[in-house]
Design a protein around this ligand. Sequence first.
Ligand code: SF4
Length: 397
Amino acid sequence: MSAALIKRMLTEPDKRLLWKFSYNFGYKGMRSIQKFQTRIKRGEYFPAFLFLSVTNACNLSCQGCWVSPSNPPKQIAPGTLDNIIRECKAQGSYFFGILGGEPLLYDGLFNVLEKHPDCYFLLFTNGTLITDAVAKEMRRIGNISPLISIEGLEEVSDMRRGGNRVYEKTLAGLAACRANRLVTGVCTSVCKSNIDDLASEKFINEAAALGAHYVWYYIYRPVGPNPVPELALDAQQITALRRFIVDIRLTAPVVVVDAYWDDQGRALCPAAVGIANHISPDGFVEPCPPLQFAKDNIGDGTGLYDLFNQSEFLAKFRSMCCSTTQGCIIMEHPQKLAEFIRTEGATDSSGRGTLLNELGRTCASCSHHQPGREIPERSRAYRFAKKNWFFGFGAYG
Ligand code: SF4
């Protein structure tokens, strides 16, 4: 971890927010993982983290997005959202990724989140709706970190997000977060058209200058109704991205996040090892956000603990994935995934009713699993964190 990053973290965010980030996210996140491991040893299952897509409404139309808006929009009812959070806390899981659509279009979101000052919420947002008033509200609540997506520099970003001046509005959102001294992140889905711009020291430094304290890199997945397979990274580009992440972590003035590799650079899939799952706006319990199929729904009347612990479907999914690849099943084996969904008779939870056709048309592509090309962490701090909190949990044998 670089001296520049430590200095920024100690001086830029509001001290109360920094404390919430360190304690609710850092310490309690670590305890959530320990409890997850203890449950696994007892033969029980409940994820350490939960991703909640609270609404399918969105104000943009990004390339490759798997969320299909509806009219009227679907959303998790506020009372249900509150219950989900309570049931997770009862199992020692205090960290939530709040997604959409665009979660800031969910009316009353902050009213629910502020009831849980002992949790930590990562708000996955396109940033265009973050005004000074919205940022002030997040500062008042104290345990919400906006994670703002940037899909390239101005020209590529506006093209990939289907709108004019999207980049400009996103930057205005970032500026509001900075002015209100929030712990703020930037996330980006890396593809062929933006890898040169985004996997660069220049981009990391610009993100830091704009007020980001962490940058989260994803690899673009050609999924959803309008996939663009030509944008998917090839094996060499994925290895180059991993190399870049490992190297830049030594000096970057931001935390550089990935959810793909352990301390030794071995691939893992968070859904396959079971550390995280996803609940859709319809209440379907899915392996992860882009995997839109399910056999369980929170409306079925089973408590959340029993639902996760007794779900044969999720258990079969984990086992099928782990015996197939340590990488991303959607990218590497879309046909096998389609076969699994068919055999299990799972519901297409995308709202489009075309998921099996989409998977049938998808060509296999590379994912982050590149056997023989593993690149271990170089930074001591990341190596320690990954070794203790982000690994395969024995799922791969
Ligand atoms: S299946 Fe793919 S997208 Fe889903 S958690 Fe695993 S690696 Fe990530």
